[in-house]
Ligand binder design. Structure first.
Ligand SMILES: Cc1cc2nc3c(=O)[nH]c(=O)nc-3n(C[C@H](O)[C@H](O)[C@H](O)COP(=O)(O)OP(=O)(O)OC[C@H]3O[C@@H](n4cnc5c(N)ncnc54)[C@H](O)[C@@H]3O)c2cc1C
Length: 447
């Protein structure tokens, strides 16, 4: 296969993986590829404001810091997110503490200086976009939905919904769980699957609640009907982000979906129905502030959670999938980290293998990522199983098991928070055939 050093790179999707990948590629490749041009194509006309708040683990924060994004978040003041030392777990039945997922060590310090943070997605996107704007060889083009493509020996042509096309040396599909790059040309047999669980999300003013807030910065409140996550999402702790994680059948999803163009009466009916759903499942909660959130007039939005089964293809000859496009898993407050790890590792490998065929770059990348992702997927599924509806006895067992699970996995989690994709050892390219024959020629001469 012909070796082409990629200098015209196209990324599909301006989400966490897409922007992180562009920034990491610019950092790693620019010294070797002076005419490097990276273009991100995003289907939305502007940054999407939907999606609520996201939890960033110490690993995610470390990687965002390396890409220059964390400084931008910090510059945004209180909106830049709430510090999260730990996600505390409580029983909704009794209010009892079950344990915690700690983002600090036993001295109360972050891992390598980084704790957790909960921030609104739109704020994170704005911070990432600000960094892109000052990166000379990265451009984002909005309003470009990829609908197909064709791959040739030395290029890839992407087709957009508006009838235009883009040609590049390399396509990186960072277009999320419903990825067109995956379904159109990398792995058509791996569509996204509904997990059977959904998030119902809302943001509530802290001052609108009269009950005592039972958590320091972030909490997961569990019951046999699912869980409710409640967390501050700004540094001044004025806003509480709440997300109910519940089992919903595929059929009931269409009943609750808010679509653009729906009349106000339909939207009002859906909002009331969602409030009733939450009330029906968690109305007997024993934690006063959670009960108040449930009883409030908050506008709950439904986010069905999809996954992409592990084990499929991640690449063709000139296209590769990163982030949720490759391996969307049920979120457990860490999936964004995997997208960031992917981006940084892939950029480092591409820079190191810049003189090798893309097939070798992709192989090297997969050799580093497959096992980690398969393991993470299995863990996420196991955590999510605990959110399905269960009986009284099973519910009590879940509380007990959760406490045990948190304790027994403590050291594994602590080790995971130390991960740094910039320090991970990379495989070395095999010497080329020319080099091998030169070496044996030289060896022959010395003998
Ligand atoms: C309800 C919910 C809550 C979550 N909470 C957390 C959390 O607290 N912590 C955490 O770490 N993770 C969380 N996750 C997971 C996390 O959001 C994802 O893992 C992460 O966003 C993946 O980033 P990505 O860039 O791969 O995909 P996305 O963020 O989905 O970005 C994909 C981008 O591609 C664009 N796009 C899609 N199709 C096309 C196309 N055809 N053409 C052009 N552009 C396209 C999209 O518009 C989007 O901008 C959550 C997920 C869900 C569903």
């Amino acid at each position: 296969m012909k070796t082409i050093r990629p200098h015209n790179i196209v990324i599909v999707g301006a989400g966490i993986a897409g922007i992180a990948c562009a920034l990491a590629l610019s950092k790693e490749l620019s010294p070797f590829v002076p005419d490097l041009q990276i273009t991100i194509y995003e289907r939305h006309d502007i940054l999407s404001t939907s999606g609520g708040a996201i939890n960033l683990t110490p690993v995610a924060q470390r990687h965002l810091a390396q890409l220059g994004v964390l400084d931008e978040l910090d510059r945004m003041g209180p909106e830049g997110g709430a510090d999260v030392d730990a996600i505390e777990l409580f029983s909704m039945r009794s209010g009892r503490s079950i344990g915690s997922i700690d983002f600090t060590d036993h001295k109360g310090e972050g891992y390598g200086g980084y704790k957790g943070r909960r921030v609104m997605r739109i704020i994170l996107s704005v911070a990432m976009l600000t960094v892109v704007e000052r990166t000379h060889n990265v451009e984002i083009v909005f309003g470009k939905k990829v609908v197909g493509g064709e791959e040739f020996d030395d290029s890839v042509v992407l087709k957009f919904q508006d009838g235009t096309e883009a040609i590049s040396d390399l396509v990186i599909g960072c277009d999320g769980v419903h990825s067109a790059v995956r379904t159109q040309f990398v792995d058509a047999d791996r569509p996204a699957e509904y997990t059977g669980l959904s998030f119902l999300q809302a943001t509530i003013e802290r001052d609108s609640l009269s009950s005592r807030i039972h958590f320091k910065s972030s909490s997961l409140n569990i019951s046999r009907h699912g869980s409710i996550l409640a967390s501050y999402c700004d540094r001044d702790c004025d806003q509480i982000f709440a997300a109910a994680i519940v089992q919903f059948s595929q059929e009931s999803l269409s009943r609750y979906r808010l679509e653009p163009g729906q009349d106000r009466a339909t939207q009002h009916r859906i909002r009331c129905a969602l409030r009733e759903e939450i009330w029906g499942r968690f109305g007997k909660c024993g934690i006063p502030c959670i009960r108040e959130i449930i009883e409030s007039k908050a506008d709950w939005m439904l986010y069905p959670v999809y996954q992409v089964r592990p084990g499929g293809r991640w690449c063709t000859n000139r296209a590769i999938l990163l982030g949720d496009a490759a391996h969307a898993m049920p979120p457990r407050d860490e999936s964004a980290s995997y997208a960031l790890d992917d981006a940084i590792l892939f950029a480092r490998i591409l820079a190191r293998y810049r003189s090798e065929p893309l097939a070798e770059v992709f192989d090297a990348y997969e050799s580093l990522r497959r096992d980690t992702i398969n393991h993470a997927f299995k863990e996420s599924r196991r955590m999510w199983e605990r959110n399905r509806e269960m009986g009284l006895f099973e519910g009590r067992l879940k509380e007990w098991m959760m406490s045990f699970h948190l304790k027994s996995h403590e050291s594994e989690r602590e080790a995971a928070w130390e991960f740094d994709a910039n320090k991970m050892a990379l495989p070395t390219p095999a010497p080329s055939e020319d080099l091998v024959s030169l070496n044996s020629f030289l060896r022959g001469r010395t003998l």
